[in-house]
Design a protein around this ligand. Structure first.
Ligand SMILES: Cc1cc2nc3c(=O)[nH]c(=O)nc-3n(C[C@H](O)[C@H](O)[C@H](O)COP(=O)(O)OP(=O)(O)OC[C@H]3O[C@@H](n4cnc5c(N)ncnc54)[C@H](O)[C@@H]3O)c2cc1C
Length: 446
């Protein structure tokens, strides 16, 4: 079959790879000057900046680690310090407990909160399949108690989705938690992950391609070769009997046997508005929380604070405006020149979209103030820069999975497949794994 893949982010490129493997003739049409979508890596003042995803967990089945191995891209594991994660709560940092001893000692939760969390097996299990979806927040309060919801679970929603846990779908955002919940083994499962139980070898590690995330994109582009067409902005997608016409910016129509729409929901809505207005309205409703990143680089000797760990997340309602901060050069020392450190502070998200709209000077001033408050860092940075995404990370509201299933039925009837981060997971691991579903769907039309 001749298949158009509209959108050359990680979702579109991996879908194209799987389609080529399936023997199809594939064109990837991407509006950007280079493929990769939001993923990008740049070197400024000797600091390596990741523009979106900065790494991935290696344990995911069919995820980025497997793709890198397949493409011959070397990966670098994060320093062991990555295991330590911090949460800013009640005006100070607390290490996320990593064992029974630190759980007993942590001040993230009161004794009452700890007992409530450990009493989880006594609380009602709930199966999304029969009882319907709920928010991550409602789920956490029901199973773990309000303290754990605020101190542990809501920051996780910020860390992964830059989301507000009260709005985020459990079923679509955290399907593994939903499955554990249905089986009633939530605390057992969480403790196994948190305290290092289970099969140690199978445990995930944080890693990134040597050369940065862009190395994985570049290798995909090389593998796909001339099938990837840059600077091609698709204007309309028009389903027709037994196929799909793609209309480009120059109004030229090209007929394909099927098309994969691997663009953000708002872009898919524009492509479909003429031919499939109802589907267009649906996918156009997927909200992307805006995100702004502030990168600050310092001389190591000017920073007396302990940057040991992955970084910190800030619980809702605390004074710092930053959602979270990643200690980039602790994880991967090559991200800063020798004797320097680099941190990446994330602003905006569904919790505080206004912060992503601050101008550069205001954002960098806020980043400096937040670092001073949380870590006591008051030195002048030797590097300060920003990367912004007005449409940053797709948000999955309660009921998302069900709505996606409806859109997919409508798309299927029009020989279209919806792909990318708007539907089945925002993490790069999810977008990569989802490419096999896309290829299966296309193969079904053969
Ligand atoms: C700040 C930030 C931090 C993140 N951190 C992490 C992380 O640490 N770990 C993790 O796993 N994930 C992270 N993510 C999420 C992850 O990077 C994204 O979800 C994923 O890369 C999105 O890929 P995609 O292919 O769905 O879409 P995109 O990357 O948005 O690609 C869509 C493509 O469609 C193209 N396009 C749009 N309209 C048209 C058109 N009309 N015609 C042709 N082409 C078009 C665009 O040019 C673009 O290339 C982060 C995201 C952000 C923004």
């Amino acid at each position: 079959m001749k298949v158009a893949v509209v959108g050359g982010g990680i979702g579109g490129l991996t879908a194209a790879l799987r389609l080529v493997e399936g023997g199809h003739e594939v064109h990837v049409l991407d509006a950007g000057a280079r493929p990769g979508g939001v993923i990008g890596t740049s070197e400024v003042d000797g600091f390596r900046r990741e523009h979106a995803a900065n790494g991935f967990l290696t344990g995911a089945e069919d995820g980025a680690a497997a793709l890198c191995a397949e493409l011959g891209v070397g990966v670098v594991e994060a320093a062991p310090a990555a295991k330590t994660r911090w949460i800013y709560l009640r005006g100070r940092l607390h290490a996320l407990p990593s064992g029974p001893g630190s759980f007993a000692r942590t001040q993230l939760l009161s004794w009452r909160g700890k007992l409530r969390l450990l009493g989880e097996p006594l609380h009602r299990a709930r199966d999304v399949a029969s009882a319907g979806d709920e928010s991550l927040w409602d789920f956490a309060v029901r199973r773990l108690g309000p303290e754990a919801a605020h101190a542990l679970v809501a920051p996780m929603a910020t860390g992964v989705f830059a989301a507000d846990a009260r709005e985020l779908s459990l079923a679509a955002g955290f399907p593994k938690l939903a499955a554990l919940d249905a089986r009633g083994g939530l605390v057992r499962g969480m403790l196994a992950g948190m305290f290092g139980g289970g099969n140690r070898r199978a445990r995930s590690r944080l890693a990134t391609p040597a050369g940065g995330m862009i190395a994985m994109i570049d290798a995909l582009a090389v593998r796909l070769g001339e099938r990837v067409r840059r600077g091609v902005s698709v204007r309309h997608v028009v389903p027709e009997a037994g196929g799909v016409s793609i209309v480009g910016d120059d109004a030229a129509r090209t007929r394909y046997d099927a098309a994969v729409l691997a663009v953000p929901g708002s872009a898919a809505a524009r492509l479909l508005a003429g031919a499939r207005p109802e589907l267009a309205r649906g996918v156009g409703d997927v909200y992307y929380a805006p995100v702004a990143i502030a990168f600050l680089g310092f001389r190591a000797r000017d920073v007396s604070a302990d940057l040991g760990g992955f970084g910190f997340l800030v619980a809702a309602g605390e004074a710092p405006r930053v959602l979270g901060c990643v200690f980039e050069s602790t994880l991967w020392p090559e991200r800063a020149p020798a004797d320097h450190v680099l941190v990446r502070l994330i602003y905006g998200g569904a919790r505080d979209p206004g912060a992503a709209a601050l101008d550069d000077a205001a954002l960098l001033a806020q980043a400096g103030a937040d670092l001073a408050k949380v870590l006591g860092v008051r030195a002048a940075p030797v590097h300060a820069s920003t990367v912004r995404w007005a449409h940053g990370i797709a948000q999955y509201p309660v009921g998302h999975a069900e709505r996606v299933a409806g859109w997919e039925r409508e798309a299927h009837a029009a020989r279209l497949v919806l792909a990318g981060s708007a539907y089945h997971g925002v993490a790069v691991n999810d977008c990569i794994a989802d490419a096999r579903r896309v290829a299966r769907q296309v193969a079904a039309w053969r």
